[in-house]
Ligand binder design. Structure first.
Ligand SMILES: Nc1ncnc2c1ncn2[C@@H]1O[C@H](COP(=O)(O)OP(=O)(O)OP(=O)(O)O)[C@@H](O)[C@H]1O
Ligand SMILES: [Mg+2]
Length: 268
């Protein structure tokens, strides 16, 4: 039998502090990637407070947890959002993924993997802070994006996340996205402060992925339950997100040889 070659880049998007823009960024990155021709699947992993469906203005039916039922397969829980963009919604109040026993998690992955392989990107929108789900899913994806803002508390919480993930999961490859900045200088200063602390106390360097400027259109998009890219494609934040999507697209191309033969999500 011909081996199945995986070409899907899985990325978890997380933060220390809440409300820094993860879900808005995931939704818009998904749109941008699909606009440049990539097939993208968003997975809402904020099991406590699912909100990608609300941000994208879609009504959800089945969710991840329904996959544990014999009569539900992965196709049943996918919601089409746009051409090349799909969503797996979460649902508030469902048990933590890691509270499932090993057999349940294995069943979930077994049902998801064939479907995940049909996408170029799998983007996981996580809950803020550290919980067991975040820890295990951050480990399961091929790449990790850490979102922070220039606020001092966001910076210290981001450092705490890097510290725990690097010691527990032995991960050292963090892509840093600085959101809600006034300009490039503020983004680079914020990155430098975090990177200096990480290199001094943890002994490795972070990778700067990019910045997204503070933009009132972002709030407007949330109110309208539409992606910023749709309602204000020429806005500052939309332009910044497009740049980041392009970078992620290029990154996947560079990683293709490494992705071959790897599962989209490692056992978690
Ligand atoms: N670049 C930006 N400019 C202005 N407002 C922004 C920007 N990015 C995000 N926001 C606003 O910040 C708020 C929080 O965004 P969002 O829900 O995406 O954050 P989150 O990190 O997913 O939050 P949580 O930790 O609760 O999951 C929203 O009202 C959103 O409109
Ligand atoms: Mg969120």
């Amino acid at each position: 039998m011909k081996p199945v070659i995986n070409k899907t880049l899985s990325i978890s998007v997380f933060s220390g502090k809440g409300g820094v823009g993860k879900s808005s960024l995931c939704a818009n990155l998904g749109f941008c990637l699909s606009e440049i021709g990539a097939r993208c699947l968003l997975m809402d992993c904020d099991l406590g407070l699912a909100n990608l469906d609300v941000l994208l203005g879609v009504t959800t039916g089945a969710n991840l947890y329904d996959l544990l039922r014999a009569d539900t397969d992965a196709q049943n829980i996918i919601l089409p959002i746009a051409k090349g963009l799909d969503l797996i919604p979460a649902a508030s109040g469902i048990p933590e993924l890691v509270e499932m026993d090993e057999d349940q998690r294995a069943l979930l992955l077994e049902k998801l993997q064939p479907l995940l392989k049909t996408y170029d990107f799998l983007i996981l929108d996580m809950a803020a802070g550290l919980n067991p789900t975040v820890l295990s899913l951050a480990h399961a994806t091929f790449k990790r994006i850490l979102v922070l803002t220039p606020e001092p508390t966001s910076l210290t919480d981001a450092y705490a996340m890097v510290k725990v993930l690097s010691s527990k999961n032995k991960k050292r490859d963090f892509l840093i996205l600085v959101n809600q900045v006034q300009n490039r200088e503020e983004a680079q200063n914020t990155f430098a402060r975090l990177d200096n602390a990480v290199s001094k106390f943890l002994g490795f360097h972070l990778v700067y992925l990019g910045m997204v400027r503070e933009d009132d259109n972002m709030g407007l998009a949330v109110l309208r339950q539409q992606a910023l890219i749709q309602i204000a494609p020429q806005s500052m934040a939309a332009k910044d997100i497009k740049n980041i999507a392009q970078r992620i697209h290029t990154l996947r191309t560079a990683l293709l040889p490494e992705l071959s033969g790897m599962p989209v999500l490692k056992n978690f």
